[in-house]
Design a protein around this ligand. Sequence first.
Ligand code: ADP
Ligand code: MG
Length: 225
Amino acid sequence: MRRLLLGMLRVREVYHRYAGTVALRGVNFEAARGVVGLLGLNGAGKTTLLRLIATTLRLQRGQIEIAGHPVARVEMVRPLLGYLPQQFDFLKTATLAETLGFLSHLRGYRVTQKRIEAVLERVGLAERANARVGELSGGMMRRLGLAQALVHDPRLLIVDEPSAGLDPEGRVEMRRILAGLGEDRLVLMSTHIAEDVMATTRQLLVLHRGRLLYQGDLAPFIRRA
Ligand SMILES: Nc1ncnc2c1ncn2[C@@H]1O[C@H](COP(=O)(O)OP(=O)(O)O)[C@@H](O)[C@H]1O
Ligand SMILES: [Mg+2]
């Protein structure tokens, strides 16, 4: 079945304030499919924006719609999205397969062993299904985090600094996996590393102090910069 991805994500006039800090100051964009890079310095508001979209932070002002549903309707929206938070960790003694089974169960999905294997395959961890979380390298841990966001095959995948702290090899591997995932869904990927965007995608959002400074194709942005 062909998936309808048109207008998958709509963000309109989104503001966000923490006690004492204004993190977002009127963010507007739309995205349909492929990998969209959200580039910005530390403190720009990337995590805040991604958490609002992922429904782990409550929208204060503005509108966010996923496939036409406002994010306030979490029961409609959550099954459509997967989220890899900036910090992802899990019980060190659990195996990777157990981790995916447990997290799926918590979210109310029934997941088969076959599905778990397929998802681990997708992130290059198929051989490690029975390894323990505590044995994983940083790069593998991020890929397990990606796997837990993918179990239910979401149409929107939100990943917060997926390659931060990885060695060059791990970073290249992560970019390759994300580019593949962007072929049949929308992937929103934040990073503070310009090279991550350049190597993965042509669709760019640049966030600076809570405002989008640029949105569009990568090439004109590079010429301008
Ligand atoms: N829980 C919080 N409480 C107060 N201020 C916060 C909180 N989370 C983030 N901030 C502030 O909001 C701004 C944006 O942060 P964040 O969204 O984490 O940016 P980024 O992910 O781009 O580094 C920063 O000034 C940060 O200090
Ligand atoms: Mg962040």
